[in-house]
Design a protein around this ligand. Structure first.
Ligand code: HEC
Length: 476
């Protein structure tokens, strides 16, 4: 019968962002008009006094209503954390101080005593100060914790409590997939509702244990090793019309590439920041047992150029080297990498032009288990030497000029498990044959998506009712 109580309260709560501007404007207007009246010497005018008293009544009442709506929203809207804690308290302070200011104003009008006037001025001043603090926390809730401070110049930014972005400051230190690829996707599409300050559906994707545990449904949002059993992925594939689709309400969705990155990350064990995982890590652990310590000077030289160099672990002298953040000349690349060629296990040279010399040097890095060469101007001739990397497990060749002949050079590598071929001039049929011939190797390419789309279109023409879903709507 009618609307149940919690949803009415939530509805009223949701009016909070709409209504709040009313008391804010009125209470600030009171201050402005008081100051103005003092300058013009009209504070004793009865018309002025009754006008300001009336504005104050409406301001204080609407502040109380707004605060009540805000508490309801905080309670029913899934907000948690420090930000909401302070926003709630300062918001309540605004309402209480506004009511106090109103009382003192009334007393000062009736009794004409200086102490009431003084109390009125003080409470009004505190009230408006509290409005600014509340507004600041409110902004953090709706726009994210760094909304204001990220745009503010120093030293104001630090004063506003700018939290340094780990991904940005540690860019040269961290190479883990989570920090460089996954966190930015989650941050952009999910954290505003499933982060520190808001946990809709009871889900926090910002914390590993909570993401694994899932939200109110009790189903794991992320199941390491199985993307399709992860609720987060299932919901990303749902049709927009589905109420459970994520992100909801026409909010932007991850692109196909981002979706593949997310699924890939989960398939590889969903390692969190600082954790490494996947088959290439296991292999690197074994290879590292007999490896010589790496040349410290060579590591230092490499780091000075802005490259990221990390040891796989404290006990393992093999290195994870990322040179994709800057461009290096082929001579620089060979000079910098040559002294470390027996220690490099992970190498990322994306966005650097690979020449014959560089390609040959890579082929001498005998311990490489993971090699990323996307957007590196590679062609069939340049890729051929890579076929000597007997321990290679993951090879990423996205955005190059490699044809099926080039792929055939490397596909026979004994340990290869994953091959990325996005954006290369390879025909669909050729890829299909490749996948048939090498079923144990996961081959990722844009063709797969195009294909699924094409077959979905084909299916849609048939009269079978269940076939109306396109790739976006595949319910897994
Ligand atoms: C605009 C807010 C919003 C955004 C953005 C958003 N979600 Fe949600 N999410 C919700 C709400 C509300 C619920 C609870 C209702 C439901 O279960 O459908 C929810 C529930 C979920 C659940 C189910 C939790 C459970 O166990 O009940 C998952 C999984 C999920 N979201 C994943 C995501 C992922 C992944 C993203 C980012 C790609 C995302 N959401 C972005 C609002 C959002």
């Amino acid at each position: 019968m009618g609307i149940s109580e919690p949803s009415l309260l939530l509805f009223l709560g949701r009016l909070h962002p709409l209504v709040l501007h009313f008391p804010v404007a009125l209470l600030i207007a009171v201050v402005i008009v008081e100051v103005f009246a003092r300058f013009r010497g009209i504070t004793n005018s009865p018309i002025f006094q009754s006008t300001i008293y009336f504005i104050l009544i409406v301001g204080a009442l609407s502040a109380a209503v707004t605060a009540a709506m805000g508490w309801s929203l905080a309670h029913h809207g899934g907000y948690v954390g420090d930000t909401i804690y302070w926003h709630k308290r300062f918001g309540l302070a605004v309402a209480l101080l506004a009511i106090l200011a109103l009382l003192f104003k009334r007393l000062s009008l009736q009794k004409k005593m200086a102490s009431f006037k003084y109390a009125y001025t003080t409470t009004l001043f505190l009230c408006v100060s509290a409005i600014f603090v509340t507004g600041h926390y409110g902004g953090m809730l709706t726009h994210g914790d760094n909304f204001l401070s990220s745009a503010a110049p120093e030293p104001m930014a630090s004063w506003l409590g700018k939290t340094t972005n780990r991904a940005a400051t540690d860019k040269y230190l961290t190479t883990d997939t989570f920090t460089t690829q996954i966190e930015p996707i989650l941050k952009h599409y999910c954290y505003q509702c499933h982060g520190e300050s808001k946990q809709q559906g009871g889900l926090n994707l910002n914390k590993q244990d909570m993401a694994l545990a899932g939200g109110d449904s009790g189903v794991a949002a992320i199941t390491p090793g199985s993307a399709l059993n992860s609720e987060a992925i299932r919901r990303l594939f749902m049709l927009r019309e589905n109420k459970k689709a994520m992100p909801p309400d026409g909010k932007p969705r991850p692109s196909a590439e981002e979706l593949v990155a997310l699924m890939d990350w989960i398939e590889n064990g969903a390692p969190w920041a600082g954790e490494a995982s996947g088959p290439s890590t296991f292999l690197a652990d074994i290879l590292g047992e007999n490896a010589e310590p790496a040349d410290a000077t060579a590591i230092e030289m490499l780091r000075r150029t802005g490259a990221s160099v990390k040891e796989i672990s404290k006990t393992n002298p093999l290195l994870m080297v990322n040179l994709s953040l800057h461009s290096y000349s082929p001579q620089q690349l060979t000079q910098l990498l040559a002294p470390l060629k027996h220690n490099i296990a992970w190498l990322n040279l994306s966005n650097n032009k690979i020449t014959k010399e560089v390609s040959e040097l890579i082929s001498e890095c005998s311990q490489i288990t993971q090699l990323i060469l996307s957007n590196s101007a590679l062609n069939d001739d340049l890729i051929a030497p890579i076929a000597q990397l007997k321990h290679l497990v993951v090879l990423n060749l996205t955005s190059n000029e490699i044809s099926i002949d080039g792929v055939n050079e490397v596909i026979g590598l004994p340990r290869l498990e994953r091959l990325y071929l996005w954006k290369n001039p390879i025909e669909t049929e050729q890829l299909d044959q490749l996948k048939l011939a090498y079923p144990s190797i996961k081959i990722t390419s844009n063709i797969a998506l195009v294909q699924t789309n094409a077959s979905a279109t084909k299916r849609r023409k048939t009269p079978v009712k269940t076939s109306t879903k396109n790739i976006e709507g595949v319910e897994l």
